[in-house]
Design a protein around this ligand. Structure first.
Ligand SMILES: CC(C)(COP(=O)(O)OP(=O)(O)OC[C@H]1O[C@@H](n2cnc3c(N)ncnc32)[C@H](O)[C@@H]1OP(=O)(O)O)[C@@H](O)C(=O)NCCC(=O)NCCS
Length: 150
């Protein structure tokens, strides 16, 4: 919960942001206990193909995040989050633009993202920003021990 105004622009995250990011992702429903934030943050920040932006308020509280990366073909965003008290004030749109701009600079021309099938509010949000639903089935397979179990 914050009442401070947002800073003018986001910055690239650092490993020191992990506790605050964990709180943000918990309060926005993105946290999954089997998917430790520290592993995802480290993986993104150590990769040339990915990055993680955080938005702070004037008191240095983290109020938003977006992870962007590409797989050599498509650009993806993860961890799109704005702290509940500041949602619907334009930060989410600007965070998506920051992620899209970073990916465009990497040579990406088409974005993809995953939204849970029952998360209609987020599907509406992304549609509003110009995204379209695709008739595909996302499939998964674990090829290593999950980080939480190592
Ligand atoms: C998704 C999220 C980051 C959006 O952040 P936000 O700061 O509220 O978004 P904005 O205020 O910038 O909204 C951008 C535009 O989308 C519209 N919008 C916002 N939420 C919407 C919704 N649920 N349905 C339709 N449109 C929506 C806004 O009206 C705004 O329109 P405009 O720019 O044309 O005036 C925020 O809702 C959130 O953190 N959700 C929880 C985490 C989550 O589920 N993330 C996505 C995982 S797939």
């Amino acid at each position: 919960m914050t009442t401070n105004a947002p800073k003018p622009a986001p910055r690239t995250a650092t490993l020191d942001d992990i506790p605050a990011l964990t709180t943000l992702w918990q309060e926005t429903g993105l946290y999954r206990p089997y998917n430790p934030p520290e592993w995802d943050v480290r993986f993104a920040l150590e990769s040339k193909e990915a990055t993680l932006f955080v938005w702070e308020d004037n008191s240095d509280n983290i109020i938003g995040s977006v992870m962007a990366g590409h797989d050599g073909h498509r650009g993806w965003v993860y961890y799109m989050a704005v702290t509940p008290s500041l949602q619907k004030s334009g930060l989410g749109r600007r965070l998506m633009e920051v992620g899209e701009n970073w990916l465009r600079d990497q040579g990406v021309w088409r974005m993809q993202l995953m939204v849970r099938a029952d998360n209609h509010a987020m599907q509406d949000f992304y549609r509003h920003l110009g995204y379209r639903a695709c008739d595909v089935t996302v499939m998964q397979k674990d090829i290593n021990t999950p980080p939480a179990d190592r």
